[in-house]
Design a protein around this ligand. Structure first.
Ligand code: ARG
Length: 460
């Protein structure tokens, strides 16, 4: 360590901090990612200090000029943060001291690293929430495009991974649209709690200096100011909420990934991933793998791990600040980066997929998944649903035993199961007719899909 650089708290000690202990406690390698936020926060704090007459106007100008230069040095890589400086806040303050001398120390008037790091974290979160919002909106746009392209395409809907009923593929894509809509709502709601300034809480008890926390908040575009200085420096709920929201997004993506992986397999054969987004095998030349979807599914586990890490870091902490909280950065940064990247790559992947419409049309036309239509046909003819279900069950068994699909069973055969069957049963047995006939709100009918697309477009 050069003698110009000292740890911010060293003066009380007669011995220098042990190097191994310093290396262990240094967070520079992680929190250097906060340098923009740190400079932004310090600039606002110093502006407020000068406005309140706590430091001189010229001093403030020199400090802010220096901070600006340091920002450019860090941005361009001319200044490489060194682990010996303990954390990014110290890196910046020490560099400022090199540039403007002892005046640099004034940036800490009425401020501790405790409210400083809480401020930086909130600024970081606000930016990440904005980025995530944008990537989610792009994904939703792609989903609406898919829903439009495939609104008339009939696919199987599944329950228990068993073919259940034919549906419009548009309906399927819009289900995911709704999941990501809730994810965006969660972010918007979280933003209200993120947008609260902790600056002015100092170490945890406030300051004897005449600070103006409202002004600091205003300069940083925060919507509100903390109401309790202890809570202001101790609160990491917003990180936990954010990673929880990320976990939910990743869970949604992971389910979607699973569908794509299954559907692109030979066994299903419903969907083609274009070569640009598929991988091969080093030994089996015929292989075409959905690695991108698998990676998204895998990364989901890491984000869940971050959530549990954060909850565990916080669970035993006495008020107020504890150094344990420094460990919040890695899970936060990793979750933000992983989720944003995953949403973005998944959007591109989706754009590089196509449903195999011919094969799907053939499969859905001949399938037992139309059995529910037979039951509902009988219900329309006033048979109680339970009886209709029983009759239809017998028809399904018969169809399997005879090796005949439902539309191939003759009307005389149908009549042996119930006198209610007429020739119009064959209309009910067309997947398209079955979808068209769905009457209820938010159903898979083509009309409902059209309506959902209109609604979705309004939200983008
Ligand atoms: N690097 C620390 C963190 O991220 C900054 C706060 C240090 N405060 C302290 N009292 N040691 O949490």
């Amino acid at each position: 360590m050069s003698d110009k650089k000292e740890l911010l708290w060293q003066s009380r000690f007669s011995e220098p901090f042990d190097r191994e202990a310093l290396r262990f406690s240094s967070s520079v390698h992680v929190d250097k990612a906060l340098f923009r936020e740190d400079i932004q926060g310090s600039t606002a704090h110093v502006t407020m200090l000068a406005e309140e007459g706590i430091i001189g106007k010229e001093e403030a100008e020199r400090i802010i000029g220096g901070l600006h230069e340091i920002g450019e040095e860090l941005e361009s890589g001319r200044l490489i943060p060194h682990w010996e400086d303990e954390d990014i806040h110290t890196v910046i303050e020490n560099r400022l001291k090199e540039k403007i001398g002892a005046t640099a120390g004034k940036i800490h008037s009425g401020r501790s690293r405790n409210d400083q790091v809480a401020t930086d974290t909130r600024l970081y979160l606000r930016r990440q929430i904005g980025l995530l919002e944008d990537t989610l909106r792009a994904l939703q746009k792609t989903l609406v495009e898919k829903a439009k392209t495939y609104s008339e395409t009939i696919i199987f809907g599944y329950t228990h991974l068993q073919r259940a009923q034919p549906i419009s593929a548009g309906h399927y894509y819009l289900a995911y649209f709704n999941m990501f809509r809730r994810d965006r709502d969660r972010l918007a709601d979280l933003l209200k709690r993120v947008n609260v300034s902790p600056l002015g809480a100092a170490a945890f008890a406030g300051s004897t200096l005449p600070l103006n926390p409202e002004r600091s908040a205003e300069l940083l575009d925060f919507e509100a100011v903390f109401s309790n200085s202890i809570d202001a420096v101790s609160d990491r709920d917003i990180i936990i909420e954010f990673i929880s929201a990320c976990s939910m997004m990743m869970m949604h993506l992971s389910r979607f990934a699973e569908d794509l992986i299954l559907w692109s397999s030979y066994e299903f054969g419903y969907l083609e991933i274009s070569d640009a987004f598929a991988t091969g095998s080093s030994i089996m030349p015929q292989k075409k793998n959905a690695d991108i979807a698998e990676l998204v599914r895998g990364k989901t586990g890491r984000v869940y791990g971050n959530l549990i890490a954060m909850l565990t870091i916080m669970k035993g902490l006495p008020l107020s600040y504890n150094r344990d909280m420094q460990e919040d950065k890695q899970p936060l940064f990793d979750s933000a980066q992983t989720t944003i990247e995953s949403v973005a790559i998944f959007t591109s992947l989706l754009e590089h997929t196509a449903l195999k419409e011919e094969r799907l049309a053939k499969l859905t036309a001949e399938d037992l998944s139309l059995a529910t239509e037979i039951a509902e046909y009988l219900v329309r003819k006033q048979l109680p649903f339970r009886d209709a279900h029983r009759v239809t069950g017998k028809i399904v068994t018969y169809s399997i035993a005879q090796g005949k699909t439902l539309p191939k069973i003759t009307i005389d055969e149908y009549k042996t199961f119930s006198e209610l069957f007429e020739n119009d049963i064959y209309d009910a047995l067309k997947p398209e007719a079955s979808i068209r006939a769905k009457q209820t709100h938010g159903s898979c009918s083509f009309r409902s899909v059209e309506r959902q697309i209109e609604e979705a477009l309004k939200l983008l």
